[in-house]
Structure formats: structure tokens, C-alpha cells
Design a protein. Sequence first.
Length: 175
Amino acid sequence: MTVDPIGRRRLLALAGAGLLMGLALSARAHRAKAALTLVTWNRSAGVLEIDHALHAHDAEIALAQVGGVSAPDLSRLEDRARLALYVEERFALTIPGGAPMPLKLLGAELDGDTIHVYQEVPLNAVPPRLLVRNMILRDVFPVQINQVNIDRGNGPDQIRTLTFLGGDGEKEVGP
């Protein structure tokens, strides 16, 4: 069965949303501190696309606490740009034994209660192994849970998931 790129993204988003909903239900009526990052190989463009989805309220708290913004408002372009820079400092992809990949920051977009921060890196092919570092919001919320879904573009059974919480550092994902 072949899944088109949009269908794959929806599948990843639904899987991530299911995990986040489960976490939220376990928090007994309190919204869990959780974020979802989708790393998707776009074969036709030769680009690894990264979409960080954060709860807007949590992102505003982070901007107030560590971003130097006294009254953050993500409807303002400047505050979305500051958040994008905050995310850029706290997320990295590295090929084992090499330097972090030069992720290009594309911007941020507010969608209801969710803020998306977009990055990408041109690649001829997805490396067989990647080291992932995800410290987003973990310097603000000790209970923050970050899920990273990595889709290498080889079908839904090839999606790998990493979960970052507590003192977790860099994690490796393989084939």
C-alpha cells in the first residue's frame, strides 16, 4: 500500500495526537505539557522537513521566562520569530560522528492554540542513523514531554518515534 505525502503527514499527526491525548487524559483534567515534532523526508524536493507543534500558551510562558519577552503574544510576528529562534537553539539533528546538521529556520505559524515552527535541511538521502536532541520547553517545564516522529518516506511501517522527558539527552534513531 502506498501512502501519499499528505496522507503520511496526517497519519503521523494522528499518531502523535493520540499519544498526546492519552497523556492529557492521564493528567486528570489538566493538559499535559507535551509537544510533537514531525521529521519528514520529502523525496521529491530532496529535503528533510521539520514541524514542531507546541501549545501556544506554553510557548508564551517560555518566551516570558527565558526569551526576554515581557508580555508575549504569538499573534505578533516578532514574538513568533523569537519563539522560532528559541526552538532552533534547543533542537538538533546530527549524523553520528559528525557535526549537527545545518537546519534552516523557515518560520513560525499560529494555528488556533498551536504554534508550528518549521525547519528544513537539504539532503540527497536520509542517513541510516540520526542523533536527535530535543530540549524544547524542557528548560521551562520539568514535566515536559517531547515526542519526535521520524518518517523516512519508506511507508508507514518505517516511522520511528522518540520520546524526550526529564533529563533525557541526545537519542539515536536507526533504520
